[in-house]
Design a binder for this molecule. Structure first.
Ligand SMILES: [Zn+2]
Length: 160
């Protein structure tokens, strides 16, 4: 979610953090099921670029209305409606970045399967460095998003 916050700070209304988060949940359903049942591959097809493309499509399709429902629940109607382009873009950014980060962390993630049966991204940077990147983008992104959001609100209230 850290990089997601940073992307939100830069892209603002062109990016939906709710759809992004939704894609993170859906893509990790396979590992979750594998872990709880002890059956099947841990990461498997969901954590390949092909799988991420399919899951991205699915999350874009389902994410628009889910995110709008979430925004209503959060009482943030000013971010409505979530445009289809934003829903799909956020879902794809979510699933592709997830596979990228998981490829670096886990040797059993095969991003280019079935074209390349190896994981050339594994340990590209150390796990510690990866955690630092996620925490740093979360902190910087969260702060920047808050600051820009406040500035926009302030401008809006000035104009009224
Ligand atoms: Zn994962």
């Amino acid at each position: 979610m850290g990089p997601g916050l940073a992307i939100k700070a830069v892209m603002q209304r062109r990016f939906s953090l709710l759809v992004f988060g939704w894609s993170q949940v859906v893509i990790d359903l396979q590992p979750l099921i594998a872990m709880t049942t002890g059956r099947g591959e841990l990461h498997g097809f969901s954590h390949t670029l092909l799988g991420a493309t399919l899951i991205g499509l699915l999350c874009g399709l389902s994410g628009k209305h889910l995110a709008e429902w979430g925004l209503r629940l959060l009482r943030e109607p000013r971010h409505m409606p979530v445009r289809w382009r934003v829903a799909f873009g956020s879902a794809f950014i979510g699933t592709y970045s997830h596979v990228l980060v998981d490829s670096i962390m886990h040797v059993d993630v095969l991003p280019f399967y079935p074209f390349n049966p190896a994981n050339p991204l594994h340990a590209l940077i150390s796990i510690d460095a990866l955690h630092v990147v996620c925490l740093a983008t979360a902190a910087a992104g969260g702060l920047a998003w808050y600051a820009v959001d406040r500035a926009i609100r302030h401008k809006g209230s000035e104009a009224e």
